[in-house]
Design a protein around this ligand. Structure first.
Ligand SMILES: *Cc1c(COP(=O)(O)O)cnc(C)c1O
Length: 403
C-alpha cells in the first residue's frame, strides 16, 4: 500500500523568471508604471504586450486590463449589452463569469453541460430560441472546448453575439483555429493560476474595430488611445470616445513587463502541462468507477488541470474520498458541494440571479472532481498523486457507479 504523502502544493506556480524580474526592475527604476506615462517615442510595456499578444493570438486588436473578470464585463458592454438583457452562458464555470454578466447589468441564462463538461448544444439552441437572447458568453471551463463547428452553426442560426471566456484555453485550439478566434471577442486571464502569471490581469482580443475602440475607452484610456499598440485607427474613436464611459480598469507596465517574457515560453509550457496531464489521465482512467471526459481529436487542449467523474458517488462518499486524499497531501476539488469552497462554486450559490432548473448538469457536477497540475510538479509527482487517488478510490468508493 502506498503510504507516501504527496509533498507538493497544488497552488504553487513556478518562480517568475530572471528575465521577467529584470524587466520589472527596469520599470520600477523608471518610475513610469502607468501605461500612459511614456517619454518621447517610448512605447509602454502594456502597449508592447498588447501587440505581442495580438500577434500570438492571430487577432487584429488586443487590450490589456485589470483582470479577466473585468475584461468579460467590459466586453459585454462594448458588444452592446443593455440593462437587464439576457446572456446565455455555461452553468459550469467560475464565479467571475456570472459576476461579469451582473457587473455589465445583464442577467444570466445558464445552459446545461454534458458528461464531457462542455455545453449541451441542444439546450443552447432551445434556450437561445425561447429567450431571444442576443449574447452567448461561452466559458471554456477548465479548458474543455465544445464542438466549435456545431456551436458556430447555432450561433449563426440564432444570430448570437459570441464572446469567449478563454481563461483556461489560452494557447488551445479547435482544429487549426485558436480558441478565442471564433466570435466577436475573447477574454484571457493572467491571474496566477492561469497560463501566464502577473498576479492579476486580463486580455481582450478582437478583429472588430468599433468593439475594440469601445473596450479601450471603457477600460479607462483618458483619451490616450493613440498610445495603444494593437488598437484601431484614431478615426474609429471619433464618436465612440464621447459616447462611452470610463470604467477604469487598466493594466500597468509592471505587470506587462512580467508577462512579455512569459509569452515566449507559453508554447513550451503547454507541452509540459500536457505531459503531466497525460500521466495522470492514463492512471486515473484505469480506476474502476472513474470516467475521464472524452477529448475529441479536433481539440488541442492545455492540461493545466484535470477533471474526472465518479458517476453515482453519494455526497457522503465524495466528502470521505476528498478527505482521504487530503490526508495524503492530494488536494482534490469537488464541484458537487452545497457550499462554495475556494475556487469551486456553482449556480446554486449565485443567488443574485433567479434560480434555474439544471438537473442534468447538477447530477454531473455531483460526481465531478478536479485537480490543478502546476508546472512545479515533476512527472514523478504526477505519478505519485495519481497513485494516491487510486488508493483512496479503491478504499472509499463502493461500486455503485453506473459506468
Ligand atoms: C479565472 C477565471 C476567470 C476570471 O479570471 P480573473 O482574471 O481571475 O478575473 C474567468 N473564467 C474562468 C473560467 C476562470 O477560471
Amino acid at each position: 500500500m502506498n503510504r507516501k504523502i504527496f509533498p507538493r502544493s497544488f497552488t504553487q506556480q513556478e518562480a517568475i523568471s530572471q528575465e521577467s524580474i529584470d524587466a520589472a526592475i527596469e520599470v520600477l527604476k523608471s518610475g513610469r508604471l502607468h501605461r500612459y506615462n511614456t517619454i518621447k517615442d517610448e512605447q509602454s510595456q502594456v502597449s508592447m504586450l498588447e501587440q505581442e499578444y495580438a500577434s500570438y493570438q492571430g487577432s487584429r486588436y488586443c487590450l490589456a486590463c485589470a483582470s479577466c473578470g473585468y475584461a468579460l464585463g467590459i466586453a459585454l458592454k462594448a458588444a452592446g449589452l443593455e440593462a437587464e438583457e439576457y446572456v446565455l452562458t455555461n452553468m459550469y464555470t467560475l464565479a467571475p463569469v456570472p459576476g461579469a454578466i451582473s457587473n455589465a447589468g445583464g442577467r444570466a441564462i445558464f445552459v446545461e453541460i454534458n458528461e464531457n463538461l462542455v455545453l449541451d448544444l441542444d439546450d443552447l439552441a432551445e434556450k437561445a430560441k425561447s429567450s431571444g437572447a442576443r449574447f452567448l458568453l461561452l466559458s471554456h471551463m477548465r479548458g474543455h472546448i465544445v464542438d466549435m463547428n456545431k456551436l458556430m452553426k447555432i450561433v449563426q442560426e440564432e444570430d448570437l453575439i459570441l464572446i469567449e471566456d478563454c481563461a483556461h484555453t489560452m494557447g488551445a485550439k479547435w482544429g487549426q483555429k485558436k480558441s478565442g478566434n471564433f466570435g466577436l471577442a475573447a477574454c484571457f486571464s493572467t491571474q496566477t493560476y492561469k497560463h501566464l502569471n502577473s498576479g492579476e490581469g486580463g486580455l481582450i482580443t478582437s478583429d472588430n474595430a468599433e468593439f475594440m475602440a469601445r473596450s479601450i475607452i471603457l477600460s479607462g484610456s483618458y483619451m490616450l488611445y493613440e498610445r495603444h499598440g494593437a488598437a484601431p485607427d484614431a478615426e474609429v474613436f471619433s464618436d465612440i470616445r464621447l459616447q462611452t464611459p470610463n470604467y477604469s480598469g487598466r493594466m500597468d507596465n509592471l505587470r506587462a513587463a512580467i508577462l512579455r517574457p512569459q509569452l515566449n515560453s507559453l508554447e513550451e509550457n503547454i507541452k509540459r502541462w500536457n505531459k503531466r496531464y497525460r500521466i495522470v489521465e492514463q492512471k486515473l482512467k484505469k480506476i474502476k468507477g472513474v470516467v475521464m471526459p472524452e477529448r475529441p481529436d479536433e481539440e488541442s487542449y492545455v492540461g493545466s488541470s484535470i477533471q474526472f467523474r465518479i458517476p453515482g458517488i453519494s455526497n457522503s462518499q465524495a466528502v470521505e474520498f476528498i478527505e482521504a486524499n487530503k490526508q495524503l497531501g492530494v488536494e482534490v476539488k469537488w464541484f458537487g458541494g452545497d457550499e462554495p469552497t475556494g475556487f469551486t462554486s456553482n449556480h446554486k450559490s449565485w443567488k443574485y440571479f433567479e434560480r434555474q432548473n439544471l438537473e442534468n448538469s447538477d447530477r454531473i457536477l455531483s460526481g465531478l472532481f478536479d485537480l490543478r497540475l502546476p508546472l512545479t510538479f515533476s512527472l514523478d509527482d504526477c505519478s505519485l498523486l495519481s497513485d494516491i487517488i487510486c488508493e483512496c478510490a479503491e478504499k472509499y468508493i463502493s461500486d455503485n457507479s453506473d459506468k
